[in-house]
Design a binder for this molecule. Sequence first.
Ligand SMILES: NC(=O)c1ccc[n+]([C@@H]2O[C@H](COP(=O)([O-])OP(=O)(O)OC[C@H]3O[C@@H](n4cnc5c(N)ncnc54)[C@H](OP(=O)(O)O)[C@@H]3O)[C@@H](O)[C@H]2O)c1
Length: 269
Amino acid sequence: MPPMYSLITGASRGIGEAFARTLASEGHSLILIARDLQALTALQQSLTAQWGVKVVVIDIDLRDPNATRIIYERTQKEGWDVDLLINNAGFGRFGEFDSHPVDDYVAMVQLNVTAPMVLSHYFLRAMRERGQGAIIHVASMAAFQPTPYMTVYGATKGFLRAFSEGLAGELRDSDVRILTVCPGLTDTHFFIAAGADLTKTLDAAPKMLTPDVVVKESLDALRRGTMTVVPGLKNRIVAFLSSAIPHRIGVPLAARILGRQFKDQPHQR
Ligand SMILES: NC(=O)c1ccc[n+]([C@@H]2O[C@H](COP(=O)([O-])OP(=O)(O)OC[C@H]3O[C@@H](n4cnc5c(N)ncnc54)[C@H](OP(=O)(O)O)[C@@H]3O)[C@@H](O)[C@H]2O)c1
């Protein structure tokens, strides 16, 4: 029988790479997606050599609205059946809303919102027909409340969480599982890419988790059939409080904490 594949977006580093390494160690065949072909190829060679699993890579920019269709058509043409889809790729921008070009936000919505929704639509039907499969959405703790100074990012993750949990509800009696992962601070390239100085901004936040811990808690949650997981006990407490505190209190508080690093800077456009 041909192998079933786990397809991971944003697999070239960080949390996506950790998913790839863990799943390869468990014998899964992989489709790895990101823009950095060199990093993807190095990971492919390392996983194939270490675990003897089949690994294919697709270097593509998911900010391109055609990318999801190109990925799906490639899997159909090659006969790569996907039974685990991990919508992980994403990026954020720190700063005042109007200090970044609007095109950045349009691209963020495409990558963080549209691409996961479209890929889920493409791959879900075959999973239902086979009576087997799972989709993991990597959202964020930013999905639990509005996030001043990373407003669009938080809104994209709020959408992703609502979409993913809604889908889990629709599929509650099916054999397809949907897991929403809401990581807190995790030690990856994310904050460098987002232009954030964490020493000024989030020094009160819990210590960063490693991508390996996020992935382990996520895969454990998937196997338990959990709908949503916040990796790390301290993060779970913060997520609970974020959900419980009324926005009229929580939003100004978040603005004070997240705005620290911008208060001495002149407004830039
Ligand atoms: N790190 C955190 O503290 C944290 C917290 C909460 C949620 N998250 C979420 O976790 C997910 C993974 O992020 P990470 O922390 O692992 O960050 P990361 O180290 O920056 O990794 C991001 C991954 O996404 C890929 N990617 C970025 N833009 C892409 C594009 N246009 N097309 C295709 N792939 C793209 C990157 O690969 P290329 O650059 O090679 O394309 C990379 O593999 C994101 O959705 C993020 O929002 C992270």
